[in-house]
Structures are given as structure tokens and as C-alpha cells.
Design a protein around this ligand. Structure first.
Ligand SMILES: Cc1cc2nc3c(=O)[nH]c(=O)nc-3n(C[C@H](O)[C@H](O)[C@H](O)COP(=O)(O)OP(=O)(O)OC[C@H]3O[C@@H](n4cnc5c(N)ncnc54)[C@H](O)[C@@H]3O)c2cc1C
Length: 396
């Protein structure tokens, strides 16, 4: 088998990359180790309204609910309310992630890409040190597929990055351990996504409640691996659910566990290889949201790969256009939010309470990170030392 491009992973990053590369004329194959695209779902299923601007999906079958905004609760239950436009990566729609992924994969196929399921990438094929393809196991059969470009869209545990000697290793402080129930028979939910912060509630992370249709909600937790121990995420989530009257008579339809990278941006390109999505650590370090970035960056990756195929140039230098463009698009935001994450990680519950109290009347329709920080420091000059590096980067 010989393709221009083999995309490993049929998640949103892989599907969008494949679609735009195929659209540009490349011969593209997606390989996916699962038996069904998008299944099992490993996601809170929240996505920003930004997705509307890109027109990436034709149908609306993937929408489970439209959100008015987000509420962020501090440990003492002070609440900061944000409109959907201001609420970041995970608020706008709650989606059916399986349908979402399948629609994106279908659009890749429509553009000319092929998909092989039950196909697990097991290694790179190298000739005189040059990457010339991928080894995989298709059901029980060992296969080899030649390709000029290998796209690692293989998620948080990316092997492609490691095999291509890209530095993808995550420190425990840069990894969120997550679990989530989809609960039915919930009560009194409205059209807001709720986030609960605090060292006791979710160390280095948060609990989320995302309403998903009639009396159904995704209720999940993410905590930093460095602040966690075995089984802790589930225990904290169970405790939260037990104490919330909205879930008194609720039962789970689904339980899932997974991980999210919350690190600084990494180098995502080498000769013949590109990483996209979670494998390239393109996740918002504060919210853990990665879906919008997969779409935005996948398009860039596909376009650059299309050009590389036309010009038959698969060198790191040529493919670096992808890295420059994605870092221009989201790199600064990722760096800034990483700094915020570092600050939040060490924050005591009383500081969360103080911040929420200061921000509850803040006019968020004027939100810019710098003006927000300035307002905080004005009210709490003791925070200046902590926030000064962040103010510097936000001002740039
Ligand atoms: C619990 C949880 C909740 C989350 N909630 C949200 C949220 O609400 N909103 C949001 O924006 N983001 C959320 N995220 C993050 C979001 O799910 C990811 O950012 C997104 O899935 C990244 O997409 P991707 O295409 O890079 O990788 P993935 O969606 O992980 O896809 C990778 C694909 O590669 C395949 N694969 C892996 N290895 C191989 C191999 N060797 N061979 C073949 N195939 C392989 C996998 O089977 C998978 O299909 C959440 C994550 C978790 C874990």
C-alpha cells in the first residue's frame, strides 16, 4: 500500500487534517485502532460557539443543546457568570461527540480520504534513517503502508511523536486525570454549563456539569495527576454528585475515564511527520478543551500537507509552515493560559473565594485578560507579585 499521507487517528484532529489534505489533492488514508469512529466517547462534550464561524460541519445532528453561558463557582459557592461568547473553549454547545466525530470523518471521506478501522499503528518504517511509512496491525494481520507524510493525530498517548523523536513526554503536573458520568433523571438544570473550582473539590482542575438534553447531564472531574492518587478523581466526583440535590434521583447512562494534556506548546514537526491535536498538546491548559483547536489547527495541517505533496517536499523545514501558522493562531493563548494554570494549581480555597467575590460584578462583555488582571490587582495588591509575569504576557 502506498499513500501520500497516512493519518493515525480518526478523532477530530485527524479527520480535519485528512479532509483538507485530500481537498488539496493528496492521496490520504486514515487508520484507526477502534472498531467505530468516535466510540467510546471520551469527552465532556462542551464546545465553543466559535465552531459556527468555521462552517466545518454541514448538519446539526451533533448538537445536543445550546448553552446560554457558563457559571464558575468558587468553594464558598460565589458565582461568576459568563456569556457563551466569553466562556472559552467548552461552552456554547453540548454535543453528541460520537456523531460529531463521525460527521467530521464522513466529510474527510467525501473529500477523498480513505479510512481503515481496527488498524493499530505499531511503528514507523525507516529506510537509511528516513521515515517512509507505518507498520500496523489490521485485525490480526501485520501490514506495512508506505507514505511521504505520517500525521500523528493519535491523541494524548501519542506514539507517533515518540517514534519520531519529538518531545511529547508529559510531566504529571501537565496532565489532567478525568472521569465523568452521563446522568439521567437529573433535576433543575438550565442552559448553563457549571464549573466548580477549589483545592478540596478538584485539586488543580474542576468539576463540570454540562446539561445534555432533557434531564441528562455530563458531570465530570479533571484533577492534576501531580496532585492526585489512584481512584481520587472518581471519589471526589462521587462525593460531589451525592451532595448535589439535582442528582438525588439520577442514575448513570455512561461512565468514562481519560486524560487531557495541559502542557506548554511543543515542537510538532519533523521530517515526514506532523503532530495534530492532543498529540501536539494543543489543548487549553486552563479548561482542558481541545476540540476547537483540533478543527482550527487540523485545517492548517491539511493545507500545508497538500502543498508539500504538490511540491514533493516533506522536509522538516517545509512542513514547519504548519508549526508557524498554528503557533500564530493559538500559541500565545496556550502559553498565557499555561501560566494561569500554574497559578491556579497552587491557589488556596480562600484565594478562589476572594477572586470570585471580586469578579462577580465584573463586566465580562469587556473582557480582555490584561484588563481582568489589572482589575484583580487593583482590588488585591498582594496578588501583584504572582500575577506580574502573566500581566506582562497578556499585555504583549
Ligand atoms: C474526560 C474528558 C473530557 C473532555 N472534555 C472536553 C470538552 O468538553 N470539550 C473539549 O473541547 N475538549 C474536551 N476534552 C478534550 C478533547 O476530548 C480532546 O482535546 C480531543 O478529543 C482531541 O482530539 P484528537 O483528535 O487530537 O484526539 P482523540 O479524539 O483522542 O483521537 C485520537 C484517535 O487516535 C486513535 N489512536 C490512538 N493511537 C492509535 C494507534 N496506535 N493506531 C491507530 N489509531 C490510534 C484513537 O483510537 C482515537 O480515535 C476532554 C477530554 C477528556 C479525556
Amino acid at each position: 500500500m502506498k499513500y501520500d499521507v497516512v493519518v493515525v487517528g480518526s478523532g477530530p484532529a485527524g479527520a480535519v487534517t485528512a479532509r483538507f489534505a485530500a481537498k488539496a489533492g493528496a492521496k490520504v488514508l486514515i487508520i484507526e485502532r477502534r472498531a467505530e469512529v468516535g466510540v467510546p466517547v471520551l469527552c465532556g462534550e462542551g464546545i465553543s460557539r466559535k465552531i459556527d464561524e468555521w462552517g466545518m460541519l454541514e448538519s446539526t445532528r451533533w448538537i445536543a443543546g445550546k448553552m446560554e453561558g457558563a457559571r464558575i463557582y468558587s468553594p464558598d459557592k460565589s458565582c461568576v457568570k459568563l456569556s457563551a461568547d466569553m466562556a472559552g473553549n467548552e461552552t456554547g454547545y453540548v454535543i453528541y461527540r460520537d456523531i460529531f466525530d463521525q460527521e467530521l470523518a464522513a466529510l474527510a471521506v467525501e473529500a477523498g480520504a480513505k479510512i481503515m478501522l481496527n488498524t493499530n499503528a505499531t511503528g514507523l518504517i525507516k529506510k537509511k534513517g528516513k521515515i517512509i511509512g507505518i507498520k500496523a496491525k489490521h485485525f490480526d494481520e501485520e501490514i506495512e503502508i508506505e507514505a511521504d507524510v505520517i500525521v500523528g493525530a493519535d491523541g494524548v498517548d501519542s506514539k507517533i511523536g515518540k517514534w519520531a523523536d519529538l518531545k511529547t513526554t508529559l510531566k504529571p503536573k501537565d496532565l489532567e486525570t478525568c472521569c465523568q458520568y452521563t446522568l439521567t433523571n437529573t433535576k433543575n438544570l438550565d442552559s448553563y454549563c457549571d464549573f466548580y473550582l477549589g483545592k478540596e473539590i478538584a485539586p488543580g482542575g474542576y468539576i463540570w456539569v454540562f446539561p445534555k438534553g432533557k434531564n441528562i447531564a455530563n458531570v465530570g472531574i479533571g484533577i492534576l495527576a501531580s496532585l492526585s492518587e489512584s481512584g481520587m478523581a472518581k471519589k471526589l466526583l462521587d462525593k460531589f454528585i451525592e451532595n448535589d440535590p439535582r442528582f438525588k434521583d439520577a442514575y448513570p447512562l455512561r461512565f468514562l475515564a481519560g486524560a487531557v494534556p495541559v502542557s506548554l506548546p511543543i515542537n510538532s514537526v519533523s521530517d515526514n511527520v506532523i503532530l495534530v491535536g492532543d498529540s501536539a498538546r494543543q489543548v487549553d491548559p486552563i479548561t482542558g478543551g481541545g476540540l476547537t483547536h483540533c478543527l482550527e489547527v487540523g485545517k492548517i495541517a491539511g493545507e500545508v500537507i497538500g502543498k508539500a505533496v504538490k511540491q514533493k517536499n516533506f522536509s522538516k523545514e517545509f512542513l514547519s509552515e504548519y508549526e508557524t501558522r498554528w503557533k500564530d493562531a493559538i500559541g500565545k493563548k496556550l502559553k498565557r493560559n499555561y501560566m494561569v494554570k500554574e497559578i491556579l494549581m497552587d491557589m488556596e480555597d480562600k484565594t478562589f473565594n476572594m477572586l470570585a467575590d471580586s469578579l462577580k460584578d465584573y463586566k465580562f462583555d469587556e473582557l480582555s485578560t490584561f484588563s481582568l488582571l489589572r482589575a484583580l490587582v487593583k482590588k488585591h495588591p498582594t496578588l501583584l507579585m504572582k500575577l506580574a509575569p502573566l500581566m506582562k504576557i497578556a499585555k504583549e
